[in-house]
Design a binder for this molecule. Structure first.
Ligand code: PBG
Length: 298
């Protein structure tokens, strides 16, 4: 399994623009390390790794997901070596390794939960072995937090944290991200059987409550901007470390309008990030991080 398009990122010096996310790049591992260094020097404490996998490396069995040598795990080890102060978060879901673009295994057109959870545990353990500090399950399978937590405990990764994507809605705001990781063309159907209905608030509360009882250290609401009410309700109800994911489509809209001269990108971006804080978020996972940190440092 070493001839896929993703192999291009095993070379050096690659920074390929993502067309639907101006300012965001797909990078080879050496360039990811440079980005980590830049972020650390700007005072950013943590970063999240999302791998691109070439179509030829995608299979129905998704074994690339727990390969210690996949691009994500190689990047984690390289950052740990070169930028030891950086906290590294991962993405746990099968989509970028799956031939059909889904976060779970597909059998006869159905997403199968329990077999997927076993694979997600292997994936999380490979990431923890590579040196990840925070495991980020974004798959929305049921029971995966408990399974990953006990997998980590059994493997003596007792200090590795879990940031659960607890309230993740089936959103079209993920479109540019799926372009970035090469999942758009692959995806058959939609993710509505495992991601949440945007009209439902109470379900978010049940999902968050389950994840906390299963052992999540932090919970996340995703997307961010159209779901500020959920962040507020989660924070007020559970008083847990609560994070917002300011997703790719939100970034693309603001960046695109800024580049067109329709609004002042810097000011609108800072206003938006402040909105997350006001809604009760303890932190924001955002593609604006470098831009925002530069402004804050000035
Ligand atoms: C993988 C995953 C997705 C995102 C983060 N992890 C895509 C999806 O669920 O389809 C979206 C991130 C973004 O839009 O910025 N499961």
């Amino acid at each position: 399994r070493s001839r896929g398009l993703g192999d291009v990122y095993k070379r050096q010096g690659i920074e390929e623009p993502v067309p639907s996310m101006p300012g965001v790049f797909r990078r080879s591992v050496d360039k990811v390390v440079d980005a980590a260094r830049e972020a650390a020097d700007l005072g950013i404490g943590a970063m999240c790794i999302f791998p691109y996998t070439g179509v030829e490396d995608r299979t129905e069995d998704c074994e690339g997901a727990w390969d210690p040598e996949n691009n994500a795990n190689r990047a984690i080890r390289a950052i740990r070596d070169a930028v030891p102060e950086m906290v590294i978060m991962t993405d746990v879901a099968l989509d970028t390794y799956n031939i059909n673009g889904h976060d779970g295994f597909v059998e006869d057109g159905i997403i199968v939960n329990d077999r997927t959870v076993e694979a997600l545990v292997k994936m999380a353990l490979a990431q923890a072995d590579a040196g990840a500090h925070i495991i980020g399950p974004s798959d929305m399978m049921d029971g995966r937090i408990a399974a990953i937590r006990s997998g980590l405990e059994e493997a003596d990764h007792t200090d590795v944290m879990i940031m659960s994507y607890s309230a993740k809605y089936a959103s079209a705001f993920y479109g540019p991200f799926r372009d970035a990781v090469g999942a758009s063309g692959a995806l058959t159907g939609d993710k509505k059987t495992y991601q949440m209905d945007p009209a439902n608030t109470d379900e978010a509360m049940r999902e968050v409550s389950l994840d906390i009882s299963e052992g999540a250290d932090m919970v996340m609401v995703k997307p961010g901007l159209p779901y500020l009410d959920i962040i507020r309700r989660v924070k007020d109800t559970f008083a847990m470390p609560t994070f917002a994911y300011n997703v790719s489509g939100e970034y693309a809209m603001m960046r695109g309008a800024g580049d067109a001269g329709w609004l002042d990108y810097d000011v609108v971006m800072m206003e938006t990030l402040m909105g997350f804080k006001r809604a009760g978020a303890d932190g924001v996972l955002t593609y604006h991080a470098i831009d925002a940190a530069k402004i804050l440092n000035d």
